[in-house]
Design a protein around this ligand. Structure first.
Ligand SMILES: Cc1cc2nc3c(=O)[nH]c(=O)nc-3n(C[C@H](O)[C@H](O)[C@H](O)COP(=O)(O)OP(=O)(O)OC[C@H]3O[C@@H](n4cnc5c(N)ncnc54)[C@H](O)[C@@H]3O)c2cc1C
Length: 420
């Protein structure tokens, strides 16, 4: 009996196991998933919890319910992989494998920035964990205003648009409560603009400006001074805050480091088109855990798994892998007041304006705000539980398409002319 062992039963790991199980004969292959927790979290829902929009029971499900029949679930803490022996240690037990898929994601690490944890839950909060989002919701419910700083520690982070969404939703939230004039919002980022890609960065920067949200770019945090209510950068710039909402450094699981398989952020280097490790021919990494030059996002995991499945079937037969991942990503960007934008891009093409998924028709608008996009974002939670995780086909192509997109030369004037 051969074993496909999947580490991590989150978005990517669940899809890999559910898609592979029916394709591998049960009398020849065991498919196992290891995760530390019994509960699966729909992480995009964390964004809404601080604003009282989602209850936590809407985003939590029992993990075993979402694994197809015939997939073994092992609940335990992964201690280490011994890739030269084809063995994983889980709570002291050895699990052998023939093929390994690392899908243990990344997690926020406030402990990596001096001073950050000292203010945790007092004047420093996050919304990248369920506990953090709930605590922030309680704080916002009674907050009387002051300086709100929305901050990114370092890239890459999962869902790189989530802090922008948080800033837009905060603007809307305080307006609805009639207290926007009592809140100063500053967006502090290590990037040189609101986002990484020029056309989207121009548009998102304008959206911050229109809402009266100041941007502090190129800010590499050195420490947090909780008592003074300040964040301080390596070049000694100081941004004061009354309430700091930070996205801490995102790092892969610590066992990746202990196993000697990761980069400086404990993410696993792999071929960006096939997810195969350059060091071990039976080890893949997929989803946020992989060191890929594209956003860490559930959508990327989804398109990546599409490519992985076909390649894996070729690889185990000793054939060359003929399918190539193009880095396809798409993300809704909540912009407040019941609207959202959508961005669609890949390794080579930055987010461009247009319509999606039907060229010229939509109904979703690329790089433009609309109510339909917002409904799309809300509906995605249903799709996640009922179509994406079970491995059903979604009516969107795996590879990014230029159909329906308008090319934009990224100069300040043309950006504004073309964007709807
Ligand atoms: C606030 C927020 C908003 C987001 N919004 C969006 C969005 O709108 N669109 C989008 O596409 N993406 C969004 N994302 C990102 C998306 O949730 C992730 O990219 C996606 O979940 C990645 O899937 P993954 O399987 O790689 O990792 P995860 O889903 O994080 O799964 C990793 C799994 O590994 C397990 N694990 C880790 N370490 C160990 C260990 N040592 N032992 C055992 N188990 C372990 C964890 O318990 C977890 O279940 C958002 C994320 C956040 C935080």
């Amino acid at each position: 009996m051969k074993r496909l062992l999947v580490l991590g039963g989150g978005t990517a790991g669940t899809m890999v196991a559910n898609r592979m199980r029916p394709l591998l004969p049960e009398d020849e292959w065991q498919v196992s998933v290891v995760d530390q927790y019994e509960t699966h979290h729909y992480q995009p829902g964390y964004l809404f919890i601080p604003f009282g929009r989602f209850q936590s029971d809407e985003i939590l499900r029992t993990r075993s319910r979402y694994l197809t029949s015939g997939v073994e679930l092992v609940i335990g803490q992964i201690d280490r992989v011994r890739p030269d022996d084809d063995v994983v240690l889980v709570d002291g037990t050895e699990l052998p494998y023939d093929f390994l898929v690392i899908a243990t994601g990344v997690e926020p690490r406030p402990d990596q920035t001096p001073g950050m944890t000292e203010g945790w839950g007092k004047n420093v909060f996050d919304f990248y964990t369920l506990a953090g989002a709930r605590a922030l919701g309680e704080r916002l419910a009674t907050w009387e205003g002051g300086g709100l700083v929305v901050h990114i520690t370092e890239m890459p982070i999962k869902c790189p648009v989530a802090p922008l969404e948080f800033a837009f939703l905060a603007d809307s939230f305080f307006k609805e409560r009639g207290m926007r004039d009592r809140v100063d919002i500053t967006y502090v980022t290590p990037l040189d603009a609101a986002f990484t890609k020029p056309v989207a960065a121009g548009l998102l920067g304008d959206m911050l400006e229109v809402r009266g949200i100041r941007i502090e770019p190129d800010f590499y945090i050195e420490r947090v001074d909780v008592d003074a209510g300040e964040i301080i950068s390596f070049d000694e710039r100081v941004v004061p805050f009354d309430l700091l909402v930070t996205v801490p450094l995102n790092m892969g699981a610590t066992y990746v480091e202990r196993s000697g398989m990761g980069n400086e952020l404990n993410c696993v280097p792999v071929d960006k088109h096939t997810f195969l490790s350059p060091h071990w021919d039976n080890v893949f990494a997929i989803g946020d855990a992989a060191d890929l030059p594209i956003s860490k996002a559930g959508s990327v995991a989804h398109f990546a798994v599409d490519v992985f499945v076909d390649n894996f079937l070729e690889h185990i037969k000793g054939k060359p892998m003929t399918h190539s991942f193009d880095g396809h990503a798409n993300c809704f960007v909540e912009s407040g007041s019941g609207k959202a934008m959508l961005i669609d891009f890949n390794y080579d093409v930055e987010p461009l304006p247009g319509r999606y998924p039907l060229p010229g028709i939509g109904p979703l608008t690329l790089l433009g705000e609309s109510r339909v996009n917002h409904w799309g974002k809300l509906a995605f939670r249903w799709l996640y539980w009922n179509a994406l995780l079970p491995g059903r086909d979604l009516p969107v192509p795996t590879a990014m398409s230029m159909r329906g997109k308008k090319r934009v030369v990224p100069t300040p004037t043309s950006e504004k002319e073309m964007v709807p």
